[in-house]
Write a new protein. Sequence first.
Length: 383
Amino acid sequence: MITIENADKALKDYYLDAVTAQLNDGISPFFTAVEKNAANVFGKDVKIAVVRGNSGNVMAGAEDANLPDPYKNRYLDITVPLKNLYGTIEISDKALRASRDTSGAFVNLVNAEMEGLILSAKQNFQRMLFGDGTGAICKITAKTNDSVYKVDNVKEYFVGMFVDIAGDGIVGGDLTGLYITAVNAKNSTVTFSSKVTSTVIGAKIYPHGSKDNELTGLGAIFDAATLYGYSKEDEPYFAPYSADADGELTEEKLTDVIDYMEENFNSSVNMIICSFKTRKKIAALISNERRVVNSLDANTGFGTVTVNGIPVYADKFCPDDRILFLNTGDFCLSQLCDWEWLEDEGGKILKQVPGKAAYCATLVKYAELICKKPCGQAMLYNV
């Protein structure tokens, strides 16, 4: 017979390994290539010392000359807090009791919850990898009526998201706990579950509770004025290289960026990321030369085209107007732990939801994405 106790045990002993494996598989080529470890985690923070510029420890000299003076490496310290990532499932008491005498019914019940959690976690993790850490998914640009608003970026997967609206000038403060019930891609509008009577034009939409709490993704590395507490203007080491394509994409412009990074930053680009639309343009450039444009990368399992032997991957969260040139060896996902169940003092995973006839269980992961050499990454924009 299924009870809370053996249901709890099943989540801990059976589901955790399977769920963790699925959460870490197939997110994106970039995530697959990034190293994951706890080597640089100290307490609640990630601490990494990076060397800025050449060390200068090697020189040539005369046979009877003095040995060179010791050269101090120009270290820069990166210290950032780990981000808190959560995923929750909920099972009603009624559903649990209905499946009490049938193990198959219980398995189906839990599997359905887990599948939803895995899909949501994968998508949000992939989105965070391209985000700027703020969590903003779009900006409100105009009002249609109290429930329908135009936004600058709309995706079908927004439907069902539990969101907050935040920004300067909202009367009464930020609006929290709204559902997006519909999306119109043609008109770039979203429909909220409740009327929004405050002035929110110019405000941004965030996944509920995520504002300024997400991973430091590629958006922050390429677009933010500061990174890991350093001003990019004052400390160029933290400023990636950017080149303007002037609205025209050519193979020469792609290879120019690759060569420039090798010549000027001693950085070997090993991954190129762009949107699906842009990858089609790159594939068209290459196909004109009668080269193979579609293949399957054995390391990541994703289909790819190549430029100078470097794989080009499409990611739905990469903006259409830019192409990213990355050395994935410069990145690491520092994590205190992989996905684990949140347990109470008694070691229980399933807990009653206060005031509800339901039980919930929460997966947690404490991690942060770190780029150890931001100046070794590049972007071709205005493509």
